[in-house]
Design a protein around this ligand. Structure first.
Ligand code: BYC
Length: 469
């Protein structure tokens, strides 16, 4: 086990001090990263002191330090979870063989691709969220936004380390390109669809962190199973940080829902917009949008890429170890959704080919839990939110070519056009939400469209000065 060198120019537990070439290469990339952060990171508050968590260790106890930091001076480091002695590959055709400490030649390009796709999402999300700091509903939320942002930055570092350390010249080129593609850029967009969408307001941010960061959770959990041990250990530690991002989404949406319910009760109306709240139908349309674009991130229902990743031992399933099957899946089958004769049906396919769908199913089940929690606030006022059908508003896979209503009915283009304004955020919805986005910067105060959090961060009170202005 390598100790954490927290004082190094790049804090790390990967022995950078002993690898002069790698250290110099990463120290060469570092100023470009900081330049990118200053240019495309948060549009303001770069010189403010923010009460941030910084990873300083990887053990169970006390892995992070909380203190005031100016974001560009954040100590982005490289941390791998502690190695598991004699770790074996847990699935695929290499089941039971020792995990690889170097990249096997046959899997080099597939692994590089996975690392690049994962790495690309991290800075993309920072770019998407860069203007939100101007309209934060409280200092507490502003701090949480920045926490998410700096940790996405660290997750980029995690992937860049793998590229530099294990993929030679190509890896270094890919690391450079991670700073050259930009979210929404017409010429050089980010790789995956959802990461080129705008995050125009805080409601979008909360739904993004709930749904899209949750794709991150499931993808990282599958990569944590990888036979390529450095990737597995990297993702293992990333998941530790990722938990807070999902907390931000789940509690963020939860607090908006709570405020809406309270305004509905006080004013005895569903139309809470005149009272400064977000009506439930607007919440539902935001939910529909973010859920559906996040579903696309899992890829097509059947994928030879996914089958090859699994058979090759490079990307497993969510909680592979707790699944009760042969972990090879050669003879297994399952059904996946299919659209036949204008209806959603199912077809049977090899389980190996359907691994994207299996992961999507796990994701959907996890998403449902939050919706159920939010609905506990809405039930007393007779309202509820729901996940739309998986076929709704999809651009990847079997549903890409057809129109599916939130209730799962396949409809023609005219019906879709007539209904879409009740299903996806409209320009009026966006304008309404934008009108609510008035910044609140006094410690402890909250914007009127969102309830206060039940607690603060790291045992600080909710009215703590989380960002010193
Ligand atoms: N947009 O064979 P298929 C996170 C492409 S989020 C555009 O089904 P495959 C985070 C696909 O590349 C987690 N293109 O795909 C969250 C393929 O192209 P080629 C990110 C898409 O390979 C919040 C073609 O369509 N990590 O960490 O089985 C904030 C056919 O598709 C999309 C990962 O994704 C799309 N949505 O699966 C910050 C893990 N979907 O080969 C961070 C690594 C598919 O025909 N990535 N395509 O040119 C993977 O495991 C896989 O690349 C995917 C796709 C699951 C994404």
């Amino acid at each position: 086990m390598t100790e954490v060198d927290i004082t190094a120019r790049i804090p790390n537990n990967v022995g950078l001090a002993d690898d002069r070439r790698l250290r110099r290469a990463l120290e060469g990339w570092q100023p470009r990263f900081v330049e990118w952060w200053r240019e495309l990171g948060p549009v303001a508050f770069q010189d403010s002191d923010v009460y941030l968590r910084t990873a300083t260790a990887v053990g169970q106890e006390g892995w992070a330090n909380f203190d005031y930091v100016k974001m560009p001076e954040y100590r982005w480091g490289i941390f791998l979870a502690d190695p598991e002695p004699d770790r074996r590959i847990g699935f695929g055709d290499h089941l039971g063989e020792p995990a690889w400490q170097e990249v096997p030649g046959e899997h080099r390009s597939a692994l590089r691709r996975l690392v690049v796709v994962q790495g690309d999402t991290e800075p993309a999300s920072v770019e998407q969220q860069r203007a939100l700091c101007l309209t934060a509903p409280s200092l507490y939320d502003l701090r949480n936004l920045f926490q998410v942002n700096v940790e996405e930055g660290r997750h980029l570092w995690a992937m860049v380390y793998l590229l530099h350390r294990y993929f030679g010249r190509d890896g270094r080129d890919e690391a450079d390109e991670l700073l050259e593609r930009h979210s929404g850029d017409a010429d050089r967009p980010r790789i995956l669809g959802a990461f080129n969408e705008a995050t125009p307001d805080w409601l979008a941010f909360f739904f993004f962190t709930y749904f899209t960061d949750r794709d991150g959770k499931f993808q990282l959990a599958s990569l944590r199973e990888s036979g390529f041990d450095p990737l597995a250990r990297t993702c293992d530690f990333m998941l530790k940080e990722e938990a807070h991002h999902m907390f931000v989404g789940a509690t963020g949406v939860g607090r908006v829902v709570q405020r809406t319910a309270s305004l509905m009760r006080t004013h005895d109306t569903a139309d809470v917009a005149p009272f400064g709240g977000v009506p439930v139908d607007v919440l539902q349309r935001y939910l529909n949008f973010h859920f559906s674009v996040s579903l696309d991130l899992f890829g097509a229902e059947t994928s030879t890429n996914a089958a090859n990743y699994y058979a090759g031992g490079i990307k497993g399933r969510f909680r592979e170890g707790s699944r009760d099957d042969d972990h090879r899946l050669h003879d297994a089958t399952r059904t996946v959704p299919d659209v036949v004769d204008g209806r959603v049906g199912a077809r049977e396919v090899a389980s190996l080919a359907a691994l994207n769908e299996t992961l999507r199913d796990d994701f959907v089940a996890d998403c449902r839990k939050g919706v159920e929690r939010w609905n506990r606030s809405l039930a007393p006022v007779g309202a509820s939110l729901d996940l739309p059908h998986v076929g709704f508003n999809r651009s990847v896979g079997t549903f890409a070519g057809c129109r599916v209503r939130p209730d799962g009915q396949v409809v023609d283009e005219a019906t879709w056009a007539a209904g879409v304004s009740s299903w996806l955020p409209t320009s009026d919805d966006l304008a309404l939400v934008a009108s609510l986005m008035q910044p609140v910067r006094e410690p402890g105060r909250m914007a009127g469209w969102i309830a206060a959090p039940t607690g603060g961060i790291h045992q600080r009170p909710p009215d703590y000065e989380y960002v010193r202005l």
